[in-house]
Ligand binder design. Structure first.
Ligand code: C5P
Length: 393
């Protein structure tokens, strides 16, 4: 039966009171929960609460002498399958981002060799502060899984981003993270973001695409045990800690990068919004403005996905279609034209730039709706679906 060991790290914030319910839910969900609290967390809630709910002793002191080898930080981080920090305060996030180890919980996190999931919770202004955002992007880059925060009324009376996400969502995130192995050892290639087709030295044509969905899929494939290569057009995102990250600009660059990887790819997930056309002749100098009309000759770009899916021995290919009208009809037509076992359809107006999406998966068995959820959650569901189809292949 599914029994995993989880270290619940509680840091100092008012949302610490919700961590007690979380400990209860995780225990009921068959996790063996070990709780470690910071000194400030103990001001908000008592260790006895967690001890009673989990049936395990609670630690907060780096100098705890009960640990058999006096190295609680090493034994803890070796004996658990994952660490969940809930709530993760702004101060603790700053510590993690800088690799500090000045208390038991921070030392365990630094010594870990398992996934780390954090649920930030703080006042909205602390959340928006560029120092906090900088720290979070460092953590994201280091492969830390960040869940939330949510928006709404805060304990301080203000309204905005910074509430800890609901406890049931955290339980789901832990389960999803530990459901690794479905793509263990498989090589997954993901394209993401837009491409940029230069007109002259300073101008170009591009598509609206934040890259968020592609990056989330790369992260989810990694969590499922795959070796992931991510080929990305220009985005403002920090890449997840994938095996290979290849930054490209134009569709032709993206095609070259994909072709260099494809021979060793098992699954190709084409999420990029590739520009359909490029400029026939790129001006090396900046074009001068005039009052006359300007015509540009555009030539079609190669369809990267179609090139891959028509290879003599193609990898398992997954396409995306963002449509503004007749979603299912247009998406199914694309799936047949591009010869794909699976195509993911979404409404362009809902998905672009947003942190959430609603997806329709179209495959030989029909359609499967993934109701609205955050992109990382959708990515994990999609990866589950891909791994089950891939195994049937
Ligand atoms: O642009 P379109 O709707 O045809 O995109 C459908 C799928 O084809 C997407 O998965 C996209 O990444 C891929 N595509 C591609 N190369 C193109 C155009 C689209 O790989 N030139």
């Amino acid at each position: 039966m599914f029994k995993k060991s989880l270290l619940l790290g509680v840091t100092g914030g008012i949302a610490a009171y919700k961590a007690a319910e979380l400990a209860r839910l995780l225990t009921l969900d068959n996790f063996d929960v070990q709780t470690v609290m910071t000194k400030s967390a103990c001001h908000f809630i008592g260790p006895i609460t967690f001890q009673s709910l989990t049936g395990n002793p609670v630690y907060s002191d780096l100098w705890e002498t009960n640990a058999t080898n006096n190295m609680a930080h090493i034994s803890f981080s070796r004996n658990v399958d994952a660490i969940l920090l809930a709530p993760a305060s702004a101060d603790f996030i700053a510590k993690l981002a800088n690799g500090m180890a000045d208390d038991l919980l921070a030392t365990i996190c630094l010594a870990r060799d398992c996934p780390l999931i954090i649920a930030p919770a703080m006042n909205r202004q602390m959340w928006e502060n560029s120092a906090t955002q900088r720290n979070l992007s460092l953590l994201r880059h280091d492969g830390v899984i960040i869940v939330g925060p949510a928006s709404g009324e805060q304990a301080c009376g203000e309204i905005g981003m910074g509430r800890m996400v609901e406890t049931c969502e955290l339980v789901r995130a832990v389960r999803a993270t530990l459901q690794t192995g479905s793509l263990q050892g498989k090589n997954v290639l993901v394209t993401a973001g837009p491409t940029f087709e230069a007109i002259d030295a300073v101008r170009g044509i591009t598509n609206s695409s934040s890259g968020k969905m592609g990056y989330a899929i790369a992260q989810a494939a990694m969590e499922a045990g795959a070796n992931v290569s991510l080929v990305s057009g220009p985005t403002c995102l920090s890449p997840p800690a994938v095996g290979r990250f290849i930054r490209v600009v134009s569709a032709m660059d993206m095609l070259n990068a994909v072709q260099a990887e494809i021979a060793q790819t098992d699954i190709f997930i084409s999420v990029a919004a590739v520009a359909d056309y490029r400029v026939a002749k790129i001006n090396q100098q900046k074009l001068k403005k005039s009052d006359r009309n300007l015509s540009l000759e555009l030539i079609p770009n190669p369809d990267i996905l179609m090139i891959v899916s028509n290879l003599p021995k193609p990898p398992f290919c997954v396409g995306f279609a963002a449509e503004t009208d007749e979603l299912e009809r247009n998406a199914e037509a694309k799936r047949h034209k591009k010869n794909l076992p699976l195509l993911v359809a979404n409404w362009a107006q809902d998905a672009i730039g947003s942190d959430e999406s609603e997806l329709i998966l179209l495959d030989d068995a029909g359609k499967h709706l993934l109701p609205k959820a955050t992109k990382i959650e959708q990515a994990r569901r999609l990866i589950n679906h891909i791994s089950s189809l891939y195994k049937l292949k």
